[in-house]
Design a protein around this ligand. Structure first.
Ligand SMILES: Nc1ncnc2c1ncn2[C@@H]1O[C@H](COP(=O)(O)OP(=O)(O)O)[C@@H](O)[C@H]1O
Ligand SMILES: [Mg+2]
Length: 335
């Protein structure tokens, strides 16, 4: 079977971002500019080097962790480091196995296929991916009914990078097919300050003192995406209200306007703590109950709110449910 016959209109139906699409310039393009995550970078550095020495594809890699910590960015960085292209799609965009045929057959050797929210991949697509991951081949059905036949098609060796906020929802079968599995962690204040400094140079924003950046970083829930957003808000605020001067006081005023408190908690965090403190007397209580009371989606609480509150020790997870720690109770009472 020739390649041409396989690259069919099917690929127009699926939602795969073709390589070369514009990426925001604050995004680091190389491992050198991907700051923090030292341990992960070391593991990746080895995997990248090994791939080069073997002249093969890099190991399939699973990245998991809360939103905004740099999973998508890292997938592009890896493709750049490999000198290859990244093809981007997501679990919910793929509904059936054949949605991937067009992309998989068009990919060049050592390209990267990035599947975001891979925990939402339908079972049918997942099964389709196993032989692609293991043997670089796909089986698909041509025609239907009596004339149906299964054709096996050899792919170029590629690297699958999966990203998820919920590693726990992945099937064991899928998870075990990744050679590298890594948890992307929250960044410390210094690392976030470095990221902000670098973004300022990438975007040629007005310079801001390290102290002021550090203040923004300390209120960003350990998350680059939040830090970068707050930096933009602070810059706007300084521009409009203070002739562009970014003093610590200006930073504080701008962040207060954004509803960010001194611990870096936002409105949703505070509402969660208060609900748990006042309605459920500090817990333990199930996340579904908290979500129902708040009128929020429990998935958002689990993906976005809880990991950070757990990390900074305001919340504990017990077998009976979520529970405020002493510190958590104190913070909840302050608001
Ligand atoms: N390690 C890092 N170094 C520099 N910038 C980063 C880093 N991680 C994330 N960023 C920045 O934070 C933003 C959010 O990252 P992203 O990759 O979209 O997160 P995720 O895919 O995990 O939700 C990106 O625009 C990127 O510029
Ligand atoms: Mg992402």
């Amino acid at each position: 079977m020739t390649r041409e016959r396989v690259v069919s209109p099917l690929e127009q139906k699926n939602d795969v971002e073709v390589p070369g699409a514009s990426t925001p310039s604050a995004r680091p393009q190389s491992l050198e500019h991907y700051l923090g995550q030292t341990e992960l970078k070391e593991r990746l550095g080895i995997a990248l080097q090994a791939a080069k020495v073997r002249s093969g594809p890099m190991e399939h890699t699973l990245l998991y962790g809360p939103p905004g910590l740099g999973k998508t960015t890292l997938a592009h960085v890896i493709a750049n480091e490999l000198g290859s292209k990244a093809w981007v799609t997501s679990g919910p965009a793929l509904t059936k196995g054949s949605d991937l045929v067009g992309t998989l057959t068009r990919m060049d050797a050592h390209d990267v296929l990035f599947i975001d929210e891979i925990h939402r991949l339908p079972a049918a697509v997942e099964e389709y991916i196993y032989p692609a991951m293991e043997d670089y081949k796909i089986d698909f059905t041509l025609d239907s009914g009596m004339h149906a036949r299964v054709v096996s098609y050899a792919l170029q060796p590629f690297t699958l990078i999966g990203a998820t906020t919920r590693a726990g929802l992945l099937t064991g079968a899928l998870r075990s097919r990744f050679g590298l599995v890594h948890n992307i962690r929250y960044y410390n204040c210094d690392e976030l300050t470095d990221i902000l400094e670098q973004a300022i140079s990438f975007l040629s924003y007005n310079t801001v003192s390290r102290d002021a950046l550090n203040r923004i970083a300390s209120r960003s829930r350990g998350t680059p995406r939040i830090a970068l957003r707050l930096l933009r808000r602070v810059q706007d605020f300084a521009l409009v209200k203070e002739d562009g001067k970014c003093t610590l006081e200006v930073v504080d005023n701008a962040l207060a306007l954004e509803g960010i408190d001194e611990a870096g908690l936002d409105q949703l965090d505070r509402m969660y703590l208060q609900t748990l403190a006042t309605v459920y007397e500090g817990g333990p209580v199930g996340v579904e109950a908290i979500a129902a009371t708040m009128g929020e989606d429990s998935g958002t609480l689990e993906d976005v709110v809880e990991p950070y509150l757990l990390q900074i020790g305001l919340l504990a997870r017990t077998r009976q449910g979520r529970k405020l720690t002493q510190e958590g109770k104190k913070i909840a009472a302050e608001h």
